[in-house]
Design a protein around this ligand. Structure first.
Ligand SMILES: Nc1ncnc2[nH]cnc12
Length: 180
C-alpha cells in the first residue's frame, strides 16, 4: 500500500499521497485545484490573519481557487493572476525573467498591462496554496515591485518544511518534507 500523510486543516482531513521528488526527498502532495470544500472552509480562517491590502495576486495555477474565494469573501471585484507564459491575448505583456534555483532554468512571470495598472501604487497581498522553498513568492515579489506595487503580506494555506519557521509569511498549517 502506498504511503500517505494525514493533513488536518480548517476542520477537515485530507490523505495526501507521499510522492518522491528525488532519491532523497519526498513530499506530501497537496492539490487544492478542485477541492471546493477545503477552499470554502479555509479561506475565512486565512482572512482573519491578513493585514489590510488593496489587491490580491497569485501565480498560476494552484493558488487560483484560493485567490478567487478570497476576492469573493472580501467582495473585491478583481484579483490578479501572474502567468508563466505570454498569452496571445495579452495586451502589452509585462515580463519578469526569473532564475529558478531548484530547477536550474530561466522562467518568466508576466502580467497583462491592465493588471500592472491595478497593482501600481497599491498594497498587494500575495496568496498561494503552499509556500515551500519560497522561490515562487520571491519571484512574485520582484514582479510586484517592478510593477510599482507594495507587498504587504505573503500568505498560503500551508508552509512546507523550513518555510514553517519563517516569520515573514502567514499560513494556517505546516506540511512536513520527507528526507531520506
Ligand atoms: N507538497 C506540495 N504539494 C503540492 N504542491 C507543492 N508545491 C510545493 N510543495 C507542494
Amino acid at each position: 500500500m502506498s504511503k500517505s500523510f494525514t493533513l488536518k486543516i480548517a476542520g477537515l482531513e485530507r490523505q495526501l499521497p507521499i510522492v518522491k521528488l528525488s532519491p532523497s526527498l519526498s513530499i506530501a502532495s497537496f492539490v487544492l485545484l478542485g477541492d471546493a470544500e477545503l477552499v470554502r472552509q479555509a479561506t475565512p480562517l486565512l482572512v482573519k490573519k491578513l493585514p489590510p491590502f488593496d489587491v490580491i495576486i497569485t501565480a498560476e495555477a494552484k493558488g487560483i481557487p484560493l485567490a478567487q474565494q478570497l476576492a469573493n469573501e472580501l467582495q473585491y471585484d478583481h484579483f490578479v493572476v501572474a502567468r508563466k507564459s505570454i498569452k496571445a491575448y495579452m495586451k502589452n505583456p509585462f515580463v519578469l525573467e526569473v532564475n529558478s534555483i531548484t530547477t536550474s532554468t530561466t522562467q518568466i512571470l508576466c502580467l497583462d498591462s491592465l493588471d500592472v495598472e491595478r497593482i501600481k501604487g497599491k498594497r498587494v497581498a500575495i496568496i498561494d496554496d503552499v509556500i515551500s522553498t519560497g522561490e515562487s513568492i520571491q519571484s512574485l515579489e520582484q514582479l510586484i515591485t517592478k510593477a510599482g506595487g507594495q507587498v504587504v503580506c505573503k500568505a498560503a494555506l500551508l508552509a512546507e518544511g523550513d518555510a514553517a519557521l519563517r516569520k515573514d509569511i502567514i499560513f494556517l498549517e505546516k506540511l512536513p518534507l520527507f528526507v531520506d
